[in-house]
Unconditional design. Structure first.
Length: 239
């Protein structure tokens, strides 16, 4: 066996194993999305502008994309097809570049995004408890119970719903039939601030996860391009 063919076989095996792991990871993420959709009833976002952007749909879309890309990589590695390898490389590179652009946009427009998010969440409160918005209602109840908070900026955000001084039962420290009208029994901290603080505390875990994703993507780009070059070299050699 020639050196060129040996190198190609080595890269082929590594490429296949990498993409198999990549594909299985996509299966896992898709599975989490399906589980959320079944158990949480498509656990909805709190956003007013993007009502379909739920935790379940995000997981399912990301998982499906990873599975498709991973499958292309595996198929390209097994068949040594330059077209599939190049398609895999381009798709992965596009996702990688979009992630970088997205990260830069978040950093540059952080204050604007912060203000927009708060206003959008306040608009979402208007849909709370209304017919056809069960998922959003459940989401708000879950967040307020989990983080022991009330409203976006403060509990008075709820007063704008019916022009009344009452809040949902999930704002109560302890449930009682009249707790939603008694301010002394409400959580006083705003949900936006508490969730943002929680994210800040867990930034190290999120950062480690992001670094792992970047490393996996870079390895995928390197392996796919190496194999593409080796296949091209082997084809020229046999010609």
């Amino acid at each position: 066996m020639s050196t060129s063919r040996s190198c190609l076989l080595c890269i082929k095996i590594k490429m296949f194993i990498f993409n198999l792991i990549f594909w299985l990871g996509g299966c896992g993420i898709l599975g989490v999305g399906i589980w959320l959709a079944v158990t949480q009833g498509k656990f909805a976002t709190l956003s007013y502008s993007f009502p379909s952007l739920s935790a379940a749909s995000v997981f399912m879309v990301i998982g499906s994309m990873i599975m498709v890309i991973g499958f292309l990589g595996c198929l390209g590695a097994v068949t040594e097809n330059r077209c599939l390898l190049l398609t895999f490389f381009i798709l992965l590179l596009l996702i990688f570049l979009l992630e970088i652009v997205g990260m830069l946009m978040v950093i540059i427009y952080r204050d604007e995004l912060d203000s927009y998010a708060q206003e959008d969440l306040k608009k979402g409160l208007r849909m709370f408890g209304k017919e056809g918005h069960v998922e959003l209602t459940n989401a708000w109840n879950m967040v307020q119970t989990m983080f022991r908070c009330c409203g976006v900026k403060n509990y008075t955000d709820w007063f704008q719903l019916k022009n009344e001084t009452e809040v949902p039962d999930s704002c109560c420290l302890e449930y009682s039939p009249i707790c939603h009208t008694d301010p002394s029994t409400w959580w006083k901290e705003p949900c936006y601030k508490k969730v943002k603080y929680w994210l800040g505390e867990n930034i190290s875990a999120l950062g480690a996860f992001a670094i792992c994703i970047v490393v996996i993507q870079v390895l995928g780009l390197v392996f796919s391009m190496l194999m593409y070059c080796q296949v091209l070299r082997a084809e020229k050699y046999y010609e």
